[in-house]
Ligand binder design. Structure first.
Ligand code: T4K
Length: 404
């Protein structure tokens, strides 16, 4: 990092970091193991369709998560779509808007109406009381998201689902390796869907898994993942192509061999941010329940500008200019994205917490691509920016007005 924190790259100086720091730069697991498996895949000439790597990954995931069934899929979006269909969700399904757009898309793609529900302003998670208030005769399910890897109020949601005879499917894209009440996320509700996308701390390049303890559901999901084939020339179900490739599964196995070290790195980074951001006015780092297992894969800050001080968007622009590719996940909320803003324009008024949180969020780089010195420098950079207060806000505005 350069020393002169007074001259931001936005204003023509060199960036503070000489490489880009990403929120989602992939972790690489056991590289030697991966290469070995890759050679074997090529030798065997078995590339997909539930090969040995996929079978091994599914078995290892079952053990790791403590669930009976795990079906590997090509990505979590398709995984959600398959699970939604396999569970018979139709009509309306209640879902948060504070999530990646894949969550409501998986519903809308299948003509199921995503009924956006507000979250708890403190936890960012679906608020069970608000869920119950949105149930109508057309509601068939609830699709909560374990946002940032923090588990939802699983018991309260399960109780609502039971009372109203609704399906309960968790979007666990962020929550691989996390626990709730001491039990690993994966076994809650009817099913849970994980993402192993490149940007997730545990990745299989692209990929995901549907976890469940329901044998019948698992059978249906497996059929649907493979076009509904129950054997050669025998189709018993509508299905799609949701299969994970062998090379993806090999990467998943390599990631699994490094999962504890990834978590340790994320925790070290999280603690580094906690130290570095402590005491900065308007900056609140989201914490995790130390009694649970966490993956710490998202460093989430809620930023409330001081009067006249730099806004959240100013900070993002300033950080990008310094090669810190901070993100505004999940601004502005799915309900403000198409097609939802056109289809359901009235819902914004019932999502005050979502709207307020989305304006404050700032997600910072972590993972194995970032070290403690980067984090200390980055925190110092943010502190220096905030110390400039309204003067910096004015400079950013002037720079924007000049069209830079
Ligand atoms: N539900 C939830 C709650 C989710 O968050 C997601 C996905 C899903 C469902 C669906 O899961 P998948 O169908 O994807 O399995 C990224 C990811 O694409 C997405 O998987 C993830 N959530 C979401 C939170 O983030 P983008 O478009 O914001 O990421 P992108 O491409 O800008 O990548 C982030 C950063 O990582 C970039 O600054 C560059 C860096 N990067 C990215 C890739 C792919 C690398 O350095 N190397 C890479 O290979 O969505």
């Amino acid at each position: 990092m350069k020393n002169d924190t007074d001259r931001w790259a936005l204003f023509g100086a060199a960036p503070a970091f000489d490489r880009k720091l990403h929120v989602g730069q992939p972790n690489v697991g056991d590289r030697a193991y991966f290469m070995e498996r890759l050679e074997r895949i090529l030798d065997l000439r078995w590339f997909t369709n539930h090969g040995e790597c996929v079978r091994e990954l599914e078995a290892e995931l079952c053990r790791y998560l403590g669930v009976d069934h795990c079906i590997a899929v090509c990505n979590a979006t398709i995984g959600l779509e398959i699970a939604i269909r396999a569970l018979g969700m139709e009509g309306e399904v209640i879902v948060p808007s504070l999530t990646f757009v894949a969550t409501p898309h998986a519903l809308q793609w299948q003509q199921v109406v995503p009924v956006f529900c507000d979250v708890d302003e403190r936890t960012h998670l679906l608020d069970p009381a608000r869920v119950e208030a949105l149930i109508t005769p057309r509601t068939t399910g609830i699709l909560p998201v374990h946002l940032w890897g923090r588990a939802c109020q699983v018991e309260a949601l399960a109780e609502i689902a039971r009372r109203h005879r609704l399906r309960l499917l968790f979007d666990a894209a962020h929550a691989f390796g996390c626990s709730h009440g001491g039990a690993m996320v994966g076994g809650f509700g009817d099913a849970e869907v994980f993402s192993f996308h490149a940007t997730k701390f545990f990745n299989s390049f692209e990929g995901g898994a549907i976890a469940t303890n329901d044998a019948e559901l698992a059978g249906r999901v497996r059929l649907m993942t493979n076009f509904g084939f129950a054997g050669y020339d025998r189709v018993v179900h509508i299905g799609t192509n949701g299969k994970m490739t062998e090379v993806a599964a090999a990467m998943g196995l390599a990631s699994l061999r490094a999962v504890d070290s990834f978590v340790a790195t994320n925790l070290r980074n999280h603690l580094g941010y906690r130290r570095g951001l402590e005491g900065l006015e308007g900056v609140e780092l989201l914490g995790f329940d130390a009694a649970e297992r966490n993956n710490y894969q998202y460093v989430v800050v809620e930023y409330t500008p001081a009067p006249g001080g730099p806004t959240r968007d100013d900070l993002v622009d300033l950080l990008w200019a310094e090669n810190v590719m901070a993100r505004k996940y999940f601004w502005p909320g799915c309900h403000r994205m198409e097609p939802y803003r056109t289809l359901y324009p009235e819902v914004a008024s019932r999502l005050p917490a979502t709207e307020a949180i989305a304006e404050r969020l700032l997600v910072l780089p972590t993972g194995t691509g970032v070290d403690e010195r980067d984090i200390a420098s980055l925190c110092a950079l943010i502190a220096a920016m905030l110390a400039q207060g309204p003067a910096l806000r004015e400079r950013v505005e002037a720079q924007r007005a000049a069209g830079a």
